[in-house]
Design a protein around this ligand. Structure first.
Ligand code: SAM
Length: 383
């Protein structure tokens, strides 16, 4: 797949992230990016800076619209890394990057790529509206198949009168004009809070957990996680444990429920996931101030031989593309980060064959449990 992006006079070299991933079958931009770039070139004046770019997955918009001094607002650390990589390889200076857990930054114009979930879209639109003057527009782009009455209604409820362009290359632009007189919808409120049941040795503990708008399984417990919770190890206070791809932190929370002194690092590439985990630990286990929270690409910032246990419900998609490369990266990182004798325990869909992958990587793998859909495996670092 080409990484050479050409549109009108613009020529760029654009990669997905990580750039060295084996499956380079997907390019770093789509027709929705092209529509937004053309819109900016034709409709925005040169002095409409800074330009706010929302959900710019790999930095295509930041590179192509660099003259508008872009500010990126995203929930994804990988998107930030991809943007830095693509700006650098095209000889462009760094742009301002703001995490979705921070307030929406000030802007003169705003372009938005549709995020994967409508809850997060609502959250973003609600924040953007606070910065949008009455009568100003937000312009979004998406695949035509994703633009239906429900979606347009979200824009109408959160911003104001909405219209959609004709389809071009299977994509459309959505324009919503800010109506400051229109009340902000009361529901849904962010973040979502719901009870989760954590199985302990001889009882069940029910805790209310916080889920920010872009967290995985933000409305209910993932069924893989539910099975994993029944097969977690008992960890000791002196052990260093990593909840890898922590989401709302439910796996690490279950470990803390059994051992409140456990030293757990919660890490994820989503800012909202790490923020949810941080809030959940501080609300539910106020004495667990020894826990750490980190936004990272897998465990890239973790030293070799530094963890006793790594627990993971691995992601099967990365920035809207279904892939198993991230699970592979996590397992390979786990082998590096675990101490000798340290253990990686995972839950996965039975059909994915992750047990064989772990056996190849670690030289062996223990089958802990299975049900009709999921398996739990554990691999030990022997050398
Ligand atoms: C299947 S979810 C598991 C979430 C939570 N542990 C649970 O069991 O409900 C996988 C998590 O991995 C995170 N993730 C995806 N790619 C990642 C990466 N490169 N580095 C770190 N975390 C990543 C996702 O944001 C998501 O929260």
């Amino acid at each position: 797949m080409s990484s050479q992006f050409t549109l009108d006079q613009i020529q760029l070299q654009l990669d997905r992230y990580p750039p060295e991933q084996k499956t380079r079958s997907l390019q770093a931009w789509d027709a929705a990016d092209e529509l937004l770039i053309r819109y900016a070139q034709q409709q925005l004046s040169n002095d409409q800076t800074p330009l706010l770019l929302v959900n710019d997955l790999f930095g295509t918009l930041a590179c192509a619209l660099h003259a508008w001094q872009p500010v990126q607002w995203t929930d994804s650390y990988l998107s930030q890394l991809a943007t830095q990589h693509n700006l650098q390889q095209n000889g462009l200076s760094a742009v301002s990057q703001i995490a979705s857990t921070e307030a929406c930054p000030a802007f003169a114009a705003v372009l938005l790529k549709l995020p994967g979930n409508h809850s997060f879209l609502r959250y973003q639109l609600r924040q953007i509206k606070q910065q949008l003057p009455d009568g100003a527009s937000i312009v979004a782009a998406a695949k035509a198949k994703d633009i239906h009455a429900n979606l347009l209604q979200i824009f109408a409820e959160e911003i104001g009168p909405v219209s959609a362009s004709l389809t071009e290359k299977k994509c459309r632009l959505i324009t919503a004009v800010c109506d400051k007189n229109q009340a902000v919808p009361k529901k849904p409120e962010f973040p979502l809070v719901w009870p989760v049941e954590l199985p302990l040795q001889d009882q069940t503990l029910t805790l209310d957990i916080v889920n920010h708008a872009n967290v995985f399984a933000r409305e209910q417990l993932d069924i893989g996680a539910r099975f994993f919770l029944q097969h977690l190890p008992i960890v000791q206070p002196e052990q260093r444990v990593i909840d890898l791809g922590c989401g709302n932190g439910v796996i690490g929370l279950a470990l803390l429920a059994a051992e409140p002194q456990a030293q757990i690092l919660f890490c994820d590439e989503s800012y909202m996931a790490v923020q949810s985990s941080r809030e959940n630990v501080s609300r539910l286990f106020p004495t667990a101030s020894h826990c750490e929270f980190l936004v990272d690409d897998s465990m890239s910032q973790q030293p070799d031989l530094s963890a006793d246990y790594i627990l993971c419900n691995p992601p099967f998609h990365q920035q809207q593309a279904v892939t198993d490369h991230i699970a592979w990266q996590m397992f390979a990182d786990a082998r590096r980060v675990l101490k000798i004798g340290g253990r990686l325990r995972i839950v996965c869909n039975r059909h994915l064959g992750y047990g064989e992958k772990l056996t190849r990587l670690f030289g062996g793998c223990i089958h802990v449990a299975s049900n009709a859909k999921f398996s739990v495996f554990e691999a030990i670092r022997r050398k």
